[in-house]
Design a protein around this ligand. Structure first.
Ligand code: 5GP
Ligand code: ZN
Length: 107
C-alpha cells in the first residue's frame, strides 16, 4: 500500500531496526514509546484494521501468530507482566491503518 507507513517500513523505504522477524511479521520499537518497552508487532500483509480480518484460516492464523510472537519477544526480554493492545478504528486511537499489536511493559 503506497501511503502506508508500516508498508514503507516493511519495504525498507523507511529504515527501521527489527527486534524480531519471521516470514509472516516483523516487530520494531515504537517511535513514541509509552512504556519502558513498547514494541509493535506488524504483519507483512497489509490489513487496515481488525474489522477487516477475513473469516479464513490465513487471517485467523496470522492474528494468533502475532500474539505468540509478542509472547516470545516478552519472554526473550525477560518481561514479567505486559499489555497487548490492538487499537481498532480512529475513535479508539488507531492512527496507522495497518494492523499492529502493541506490546508494552514496565516490568
Ligand atoms: P496506533 O495508535 O495506530 O495503534 O499506533 C500506531 C503507533 O505507531 C503509535 O504508537 C506511533 O508512535 C507508532 N509509529 C507511527 N509512525 C511510526 C514510525 O514511523 N516508526 C515507528 N517505529 N513507529 C511509528
Ligand atoms: Zn500497510
Amino acid at each position: 500500500m503506497e501511503d502506508c507507513i508500516f508498508c514503507k517500513i516493511l519495504n525498507k523505504e523507511i529504515p527501521t531496526e527489527f527486534v524480531y522477524e519471521n516470514e509472516d511479521l516483523v516487530a520494531f520499537n515504537d517511535i513514541h514509546p509509552r512504556a519502558n518497552t513498547h514494541i509493535l508487532i506488524v504483519p507483512r500483509k497489509h490489513i487496515e484494521t481488525i474489522k477487516d480480518l477475513k473469516e479464513d484460516e490465513r487471517d485467523e492464523l496470522l492474528v494468533g501468530k502475532m500474539v505468540l510472537a509478542a509472547r516470545d519477544i516478552a519472554k526473550k526480554k525477560n518481561l514479567d507482566g505486559y499489555n497487548l493492545v490492538f487499537n481498532v478504528g480512529r475513535s479508539a486511537g488507531q492512527i496507522v491503518f495497518h494492523i499492529h499489536l502493541h506490546l508494552m511493559s514496565n516490568g
